[in-house]
Design a protein around this ligand. Sequence first.
Ligand SMILES: [Zn+2]
Length: 277
Amino acid sequence: MLVNTKEMLENARQGTYALPAPDFVDLDSARVFVKTAERLQKPLILSYAQALENMLSLEEAAAIGCLLGRESSVPVALHLDHGMDREFIGRAIELGFTSVMIDASDKSFEENVRCTSEIVRLAHDSNVTVEAEIGHVGQGDNFASFENSESVYTMPEEAAEFVAQTEVDSLAVSIGTVHGIYKNLKSPVLSFDCLHKLAEKIQVPLVLHGGSGTGDDNLHRCAVEGISKINIFTDFLTAAMEQIQKDSAADYLAVKRAANRGMADVLEHYYSVFAGN
Ligand SMILES: [Zn+2]
């Protein structure tokens, strides 16, 4: 069944576990994620990122996500990851997305509040949930150390004020992860102190971006210490390629089968890493 993220994320918050939010890039990856969730009988946040529009259009993503979600035996939220503008997000809602992210984290606090509030009003009219971001999760390419990383840690007081002013349903926070691949492939040092303060002050589910490469121990701690949704993308691509090489896949169908198996294994792995104690 196709649902918004309200109930599944509130359950995760109260149960102190996190749900994985994998980004799909085509029908195969979307189907693998839904089938894996069904096999494990877990809810799924099936995500599509605006940045991947050149691989899969919004219309194609909506058609795939709505079909698979509606037919699924487990709750599936079709989520727009990193929606950048009102026009695109509005179109996603019209096409049947049940959850959207507005990312105005590179703007000033006031401008972020203004953009996010506008999307919240628009989305809530259609029973669509909204995720926003405060603080900024940077890109792996720029990541060198905390001193000169482009990430900006989320400040708890400011985040609480942001939630109160925007009435957003969930909040992406920055505690030391980055998007993509970590330089030198080293797991980051996260600020759990910052996470504890955020979890204490903020009454909506918290989201962690840049989960790939962050390490199982870090991610498990995040899941049980206050994060309710963890975004994963790069790890699926890496696992797909590794499985293709391991199987020495010799034709296109064998490549697809291997890639699908690689991605299914990663999602199953993360459901267990993000589970509560
Ligand atoms: Zn992100």
